[in-house]
Design a protein around this ligand. Structure first.
Ligand code: GDP
Ligand code: GDP
Length: 442
């Protein structure tokens, strides 16, 4: 049995002045692990955050060069990007270029990094062939130790950089306390995340134990609900404003949201009733879905909406149309201002979290699957019919089912979806994604 353990992944941040090759290096390291929801066409350099693995260790990687601060002077921008790296990362990869040599901008980045005391790996990019290795020696003068020759476009030397990065990950990747439910509130600026948090924590029946700064990026808040369930609320950008210039940029807030999602059991996707649904909402919700997290859709500022008998039903219909893949997510209409329905929230989070961890006995599961196959015959392709032999649940968080079949390719998306729906009808998996994996029986 394989159970996913949620923990804060060590983070590598890439910094450096424009054109040294940061995004090339980022893409090489992130490889195909880059989430498809981030692959929105039309936006250059949309992808600045990804997860990866090296020597069996998972990590997150941020390309700070993609956080656009373009209305600021050149040097200020680079400084802010370095600041983000210093704030967010466990290890910083400072990219320079052998083709252009050391510039003033390189020197000022080096100076900031040097003062930060974070581990820095100095990478000299564009060393495309062995003859160019001689060019790296001048980079010792930056005072950041040994320069690593790399070539982002040829994929050279990156293994050595990652070997070195992994050494700095430390041993703090232990499991987090399992009795607490970790959740985060995700949404665009001004949807009311901070107000919701204050309202939740301000409820008489909630006991806030402490507000603690953890080692990495987060200020987590712990509290216990009336039922005695412990919760950990994970901080995201815009919740507790720290007053940094870059906090208001979209890329930064999306990146912070993604980091919070990775540490959460349950994600509350907060919408503003007054404004409807926007593209950024979908992107972040899509990421939570792909990561297999529990999801609750919160429609805040419900007090501002003029209502008649159908208002809630119409809004719900709109949400279901816009977020089709989230048909399993419960929707709660609330107001942080009047506290309407907020008392239902802890219980709802608890129930979604339980559904995420539910295990279905194989015998019952197989009854459901066989009944499903009986009412809706399996598809055929080129004269061949899909045969379903048996099913078994192999993981929780999210619940994952392996279906043993004669040929994997015959399990079309629509049939997998049908089986998922039948499983959902038979068992309560509200709020959690489900994974269906066809596997050929040996
Ligand atoms: P960024 O602004 O630092 O993210 O830099 P980019 O990744 O956008 O790269 C800037 C330019 O350098 C592009 O034209 C890349 O094709 C080029 N480049 C990146 N890595 C290498 C490399 O290893 N060798 C060479 N010769 N060019 C590279
Ligand atoms: P955040 O950026 O998502 O953390 O949003 P804030 O919590 O800072 O809220 C943004 C604005 O919306 C503030 O002016 C709040 O007072 C207001 N607001 C938040 N929740 C509600 C609500 O339920 N009803 C109304 N009318 N206003 C709200």
């Amino acid at each position: 049995m394989e159970v996913e353990i949620i923990m804060a992944k060590p983070t590598i941040a890439i910094v450096g002045r424009p054109n040294v090759g940061k995004s090339t290096v980022f893409n090489r390291i992130a490889g195909e692990r880059i989430s498809i929801v981030e692959d929105t066409p039309g936006v250059t350099r949309d992808r600045i955050y990804a997860t990866g693995e090296w020597l069996g260790k998972d990590f997150s990687i941020i390309d700070t060069g993609g956080i656009d601060l373009s209305d600021e002077p050149f040097m200020e921008q680079i400084k802010h990007q370095a600041e983000i790296a210093i704030d967010e990362a466990d290890v910083i990869v400072f990219v320079t270029s052998a083709r252009e040599g050391i510039t003033d901008a390189d020197e000022s980045v080096a100076h900031l990094l040097y003062r930060s005391k974070k581990p820095v790996i100095l990478a000299v990019n564009k060393v495309d062939n062995p003859e160019m290795r001689a060019e790296i020696y001048e980079f010792y003068s930056l005072g950041l130790g040994e320069p690593y020759p790399i070539s982002g476009s040829h994929g050279l030397g990156l293994g050595d950089v990652l070997d070195e990065a992994v050494k700095h990950f430390g041993e703090d990747t232990e499991e987090e306390d399992d009795s607490t439910i970790r959740f985060s509130l995700i949404g665009r600026p001004n949807v009311g995340k901070s107000s919701l948090i204050n309202a939740i924590l301000g409820e008489d029946r909630v006991i806030v134990s402490d507000v603690e700064g953890t080692t990495r990026d987060a200020i987590d808040t712990h509290f216990t609900s009336e039922s005695g369930q412990e919760f950990t609320m994970i901080d995201t950008a815009g919740m507790r404003k720290r007053g940094k210039v870059y906090e208001s940029t979209e890329k930064y807030s999306v990146m912070r949201a993604m980091r919070a999602i990775e540490r959460s059991d349950v994600v509350l996707v907060v919408l503003n009733a007054d404004e409807g649904i926007r593209e950024q909402d979908k992107k972040i919700a899509g990421y939570a879905h792909e990561e297999g997290r529990g999801i609750i859709i919160i429609v805040n500022k419900w007090d501002l909406v003029k209502k008649d008998t159908n208002t809630m039903r119409d809004f719900e219909k709109e949400i279901r149309e816009e977020f089709q893949y989230l048909d399993y997510a419960p929707i709660l209409f609330v107001s942080a201002m009047t506290k309407q329905r907020l008392n239902q929230l802890p219980e709802m989070i608890e129930s979604v979290s339980m559904n995420q961890s539910m295990r279905v006995p194989s015998a019952v599961l197989n009854d459901v699957i066989m009944d499903a196959v009986a009412i809706n015959p399996t598809p055929t392709d080129k004269g061949k019919r899909l045969k379903v032999f048996y099913a078994t649940q192999v993981a929780i968080k999210p619940p994952t089912f392996v279906i043993f079949v004669n040929e994997e390719e015959l399990m079309h998306f629509s049939y997998a979806r049908f089986l998922e729906n039948q499983i959902r009808k038979a068992f309560i998996f509200e709020g959690t994604p489900i994974r269906i994996i066809p596997r050929r029986r040996k």
